[in-house]
Design a protein around this ligand. Structure first.
Ligand SMILES: *[C@@H]1O[C@H](CO)[C@@H](O)[C@H](O)[C@H]1NC(C)=O
Ligand SMILES: *[C@@H]1O[C@H](CO)[C@@H](O)[C@H](O)[C@H]1NC(C)=O
Ligand SMILES: *[C@@H]1O[C@H](CO)[C@@H](O)[C@H](O)[C@H]1NC(C)=O
Length: 575
């Protein structure tokens, strides 16, 4: 090789190594240090990613990693209920369904499931369950099943799609008033795609929804999009889709299904920009939006403005009012409007008209290229919007006034998929009583306590048993309020105790649970002190000795000795 080439390669290697070193220093040293030094995160710096793309926190008494959220806007009326998220992404730590309190503190996180979506509280046979999808995910599709956890976080039901090669998809799992489940299935079928200018023997993503009897797992109803909706109704531009089995073409993208009191299904399809009503016999009764829209817009185009949307729900079936999440974007190649929004629309079926009642825009006019949700909170008469691909959730008055907004990762970095939650929900009714006892761990004279998923704890009581006592009788030592996921007690002044346990108290002072007993051998501070004095003494002696030798050599050796050639010159020093 020519020397010039070698020199160039060396320069490249040095530059790349330098850049990598700089990156790792910033990412793994400076950012965590910065986040650690800031107990309250500044919202602007947070959104820019200065504390990391998704600031996390770890605990001593639990292995879970929790989110560190920031509050962008706050109103006291939002201080009600819990927030339900499924954070995933390259910076979001171990994925898992997560419950936060209204202030953004972690209440529950489970890390044993794979990728999860759609965590929410749903009612089945008069009882509340925590429901979510769990499985494997490719791009925007999933293959898995649906879990229903009881109030102790045990799996009470696992619901699966019915049919050969039919797997539950991540987009929908809705328990109806008839105690049945609605779910979506995306499966690949061979199809004639010549109407799209593609191969006549091509591959299509069939979009199916099923209604399942939860108690028996029996299939009650099934609807396949391609049997009712023409392939040419889609807006999705994907020149490569449809030629290979591994890359089928998804023209419809069904992402929400709900059932009304007449037994009709309300469905949202992202790639056709349509919200449709399907009868119990499978017939399409009406279509709002898309290429064959049947409604006249009374709001001058603002009501039919939605595109690439998610999560269509009846707000008032009787009044014909529905809500949806309008993405306005289906990835970089399919961008319609400047920002995403929640929408409330009123339909009139006699006159076939639609009217925009309210819209819900985030403080930063966030764009969500995918995912997102809108939920009505009946307890407070608020609307709750999850920004899907953008790690944020907001709460509004029904009329669209923004009340609160919280971020769970840096929103400016959201295009890089650092942390997302498919949907975000809020519920004031969830009560969690974990089966496991509260977790305690002592680390360096501090006792840490947490109880993953316990919602009713308001205070922790530290109890201790005397070292000298034979019967290990516990007495109350201290009581502190529970504010975050983990709290701690200092043990420094409790040297006469050798066993500790912590008791969880509810708001009436009743005991909810009790940790296991941890034994602790008090380490006298004197030992540490003596050890420190000895260690410093040793360091000082070595330094002093070295200094003395140097001094002697400098003043007795030959003149003009260079520091650099110390080794060389010392050999010549006369004894
Ligand atoms: C945390 O993880 C360690 C090692 O994986 C395990 O031994 C320990 O029991 C876990 N602790 C908790 C509280 O889950
Ligand atoms: C239909 O439109 C007409 C004229 O705009 C209006 O008078 C009537 O009340 C509408 N029908 C309903 C059911 O709202
Ligand atoms: C929206 O509703 C809230 C609470 O109901 C009210 O305080 C506010 O003034 C309303 N804003 C508008 C623009 O009507």
């Amino acid at each position: 090789m020519k020397p010039r080439l070698i020199r160039a390669l060396v320069v490249v290697a040095v530059v790349v190594t330098g850049a990598l070193l700089l990156f790792f220093t910033v990412a793994y040293l400076l950012v965590p240090l910065f986040a650690w030094l800031s107990p309250t995160l500044n919202p602007t710096l947070y959104d820019l990613g200065l504390y990391g793309a998704c600031p996390l926190q770890t605990y001593v008494s639990s292995n879970v990693t929790g989110l560190r959220t920031t509050t962008i806007q706050w109103d006291e009326s939002c201080d009600n209920g819990y927030v339900f998220l499924t954070p995933t992404g390259d910076s979001a730590g171990a994925p898992g369904p997560t419950i936060l309190d209204s202030q953004g503190e972690v209440v529950w996180k489970a890390e044993g499931y794979q990728i999860t979506t759609n965590l929410k509280v749903q009612r089945y046979k008069g009882q509340d369950y925590l429901t979510f999808w769990s499985g494997r995910k490719w791009g925007s599709l999933g293959a898995g099943s649906y879990y229903m956890l009881d109030s102790s976080y045990r799996v009470a039901y696992q619901v699966k799609a019915v049919g050969e090669n039919m797997f539950g998809d991540l987009h929908e799992f809705k328990i109806t008033n008839d105690d049945t489940a609605l779910l979506t299935v995306y499966h690949t079928v061979d199809a004639d795609l010549s109407s799209l200018g593609k191969a006549s023997s091509g591959w299509l993503t069939e979009n199916t929804f099923q209604e399942i009897d939860i108690s028996t797992g029996e299939l009650l109803f099934e609807w396949r999009a391609s049997e009712h909706v023409d392939l040419t109704e889609g807006y999705m531009w994907n020149p490569f889709g449809g030629y290979l089995r591994s890359m089928p073409f998804d023209y419809y993208h069904l992402n929400s299904v709900d059932k009304d009191s007449h037994g009709n299904y309300l469905i949202s399809a992202r790639h056709t920009h349509t919200i449709s009503c399907v009868s119990p016999t499978g017939e399409i009764l009406w279509v709002l939006g898309g290429k064959h829209n049947q409604f006249t817009d009374l709001s001058g185009g603002a009501a039919l403005d939605f595109s690439w949307q998610h999560d269509a729900r009846w707000w008032s079936e009787k009044e014909g009012i529905l809500t949806l999440f309008d993405n306005q974007e289906g990835g970089v190649l399919n961008r319609e409007g400047p920002y995403s929004k929640g929408m409330m629309l009123k339909l009139d079926f006699d006159n076939c008209t639609v009217e925009l009642l309210h819209s819900y825009v985030s403080l930063q006019e966030t764009r969500a290229p995918s995912q997102g949700s809108v939920q009505f909170l009946s307890e407070t008469n608020h609307m709750f919007v999850g920004w899907g691909h953008s790690p944020a959730y907001s709460e509004y008055s029904v009329n669209g006034t923004l009340l609160c907004e919280q971020h769970f990762a840096a929103t400016w970095l959201h295009v890089w998929n650092r942390a997302v939650s498919y949907r975000a929900f809020k519920s004031a009714t969830w009560v969690g009583h974990p089966k496991e006892p509260p977790a305690v761990k002592i680390d360096d004279q501090t006792l840490y306590v947490s109880w993953n998923g316990a919602t009713e704890v308001v205070a922790w009581e530290l109890q201790g048993a005397m070292t000298e006592a034979d019967d290990y009788e516990f007495s109350e030592l201290d009581v502190i309020d529970k504010e975050g996921f983990e709290e701690s007690f200092e043990l420094t002044d409790l040297w006469e105790y050798s066993r500790f346990r912590v008791v969880a108290l509810d708001r009436t002072g009743q005991i909810l649970g009790q940790s296991e007993v941890v034994s602790y051998h008090y380490e006298s501070g004197w030992w540490r002190f003596i050890f420190a004095v000895l260690a410093w003494g040793l360091v000082f002696t070595i330094c002093w000795h070295g200094y003395k030798r140097l001094w002697r050599w400098k003043h007795t050796g030959a003149g003009g000795i260079k520091w650099k050639s110390y080794e060389l010159q010392t050999r010549r020093i006369p004894k």
